[in-house]
Design a protein around this ligand. Structure first.
Ligand code: BGC
Length: 431
């Protein structure tokens, strides 16, 4: 059987897509989202600008509620602009393994902040989920992604809820700025970008989830009627929500079985929490066609999960844990087929990622001068760790941007969500 051809027919292959048409759809959806028209891209104004200079000295509390982990610490910038972290606590993101209440969630946050309470006034809260940001810099959760289950918090003001729980514990006078992790990544890249004279900034994340932030002129944000006509601000694209691409039957099946059917379907094609499961759906379809060994077909048909890490370790042949994929029911030929399928899933994810970044560069209007590239801070373990993904993304990006005469420089900043949240916490309430 021609597996590559079959994967293309099922739309789990880069070869099934036209990158230029996808970029055009992305730009169309971005424009509609900014105007307040119906769009799969939320295009959320962050009410922060990228040319923020941050004052050293004062410590700020940072909460980093990511897809996998929740981290709380105290951050301050030392004189050479480097960030020092202390009072660090880290645990699995609450609500990931089981459904919890809003009170449980806030108590975990308050437990982490309470011992640090005498040392900070402001809290930079990096919240890696879609939230409308309000002019007072609080965030209202639109919906959960990445399979998190804290339904009570949907529609609630995340920062105000936290301050309320702190006050119940006698901790008052604190202020909180809620920002998306891509906005934090963008801010965290500005120090490096300034050094090479960047013409604009992008924060892109491909980890458990995916998303992009870029800088937009206020005059283009039609939905902020009456908002500033001059100046710029960061926009959280919520690019994982993009729907204007053709999905295949496996995408549809995976979406239907997820916690949030119909939502964030682009994310379900490319991010860390979904690439393994998507591969499994494709492998099970092949098992129905009896493409594997008899025992392999049987084993695949009863599997109900495949972690991206296991299939990625198999593809990379790196000697790390491959879970059940390593057991004797699968032959080496079975494993080769698994690698082919996963590589096709990754190949499509790489094309989609490049399209996403390229569209944001085009929309920024910057990067036309090679001496002033757009600074793209890329964060997320899926981007850096998935076998072959980053190289493929860069290859596609190179071609897509060259054809448009645009220039970028990609960077990676250690602990970007924490650094960006600290910058926001330090600067957001300054006059
Ligand atoms: C969320 C985004 C977030 C991204 C990366 C997505 O699931 O909707 O808000 O930026 O993951 O963490």
């Amino acid at each position: 059987m021609d597996i590559q051809g079959w994967l293309k027919e099922q739309m789990v292959s880069a070869a099934a897509y036209d990158a230029d048409a996808l970029i055009a759809s992305f730009l169309d959806q971005m424009g509609k989202g900014l105007a307040g028209d119906a769009s799969s891209l939320a295009m959320i104004p962050a009410y922060v600008d990228a040319d923020t200079r941050f004052p050293g000295g004062k410590p700020v509390a940072v909460i980093d509620a990511g897809g996998t982990n929740l981290r709380i610490c105290l951050a301050h910038f030392n004189e050479d602009g480097r960030i020092d972290l202390s009072g660090f606590s880290k645990q699995a993101m609450p609500g990931r393994d089981r459904e919890i209440t809003a009170a449980e969630f806030y108590n975990v946050l308050a437990d982490g902040l309470e011992p640090l309470a005498s040392e900070f006034e402001n809290i930079g809260f990096c919240f890696s989920y879609p939230a409308t940001i309000l002019p007072d810099l609080d965030g209202r959760l639109l919906h959960w992604t990445k399979e998190i289950k804290i339904p009570e918090l949907v529609g609630r003001h995340i920062g105000a809820g936290l301050l309320g729980v702190l006050e119940d514990r006698g901790i008052s006078g604190k202020r909180v700025v809620v920002l998306n992790d891509t906005v934090a990544a963008l801010l965290a890249g500005t120090a490096q970008g300034r050094v090479f004279n960047a013409s604009s900034y992008i924060g892109f994340i491909l980890g458990t989830g995916t998303n992009t932030a870029y800088v937009e002129r206020n005059e283009n944000i039609g939905k902020l009627d009456g908002y500033l006509e001059s100046g710029t601000q960061v926009i959280n694209v919520e690019s994982g929500g993009f729907t204007a691409f053709k999905r295949g039957p496996f995408d549809v099946q995976l979406d239907e079985e997820s916690e949030n059917p119909g939502a964030h379907v682009f994310e379900k094609a490319i991010s860390g929490v979904y690439m393994g499961p998507l591969t499994l759906v494709a492998l099970q379809a092949l098992a129905q066609k009896e493409l594997f060994s008899t025992s392999g077909n049987a084993a695949l048909s009863v599997m109900n999960d495949l972690s991206t890490i296991h299939i990625d370790n198999l593809a990379a042949d790196n000697g790390r844990d491959v879970g059940v994929l390593g057991i004797g029911v699968f032959t080496d030929a079975d494993r080769e087929t698994m690698k082919t399928v996963f590589s096709s899933v990754v190949g499509r994810a790489a094309l989609f990622t490049a399209v996403n970044i390229a569209a944001s560069v085009v929309k920024s209007g910057a990067g036309t001068d090679p001496d002033r590239p757009v600074c793209v801070n890329i964060d997320g373990s899926t981007y850096y760790k998935t076998n072959g993904l980053a190289d493929k993304v860069q290859e596609h990006l190179g071609a897509l941007l060259e054809a448009r005469g645009l220039h970028i420089r990609c960077i990676h900043v250690e602990d970007a969500p924490v650094a960006g949240a600290a910058i926001a916490g330090l600067t957001a309430f300054s006059p």
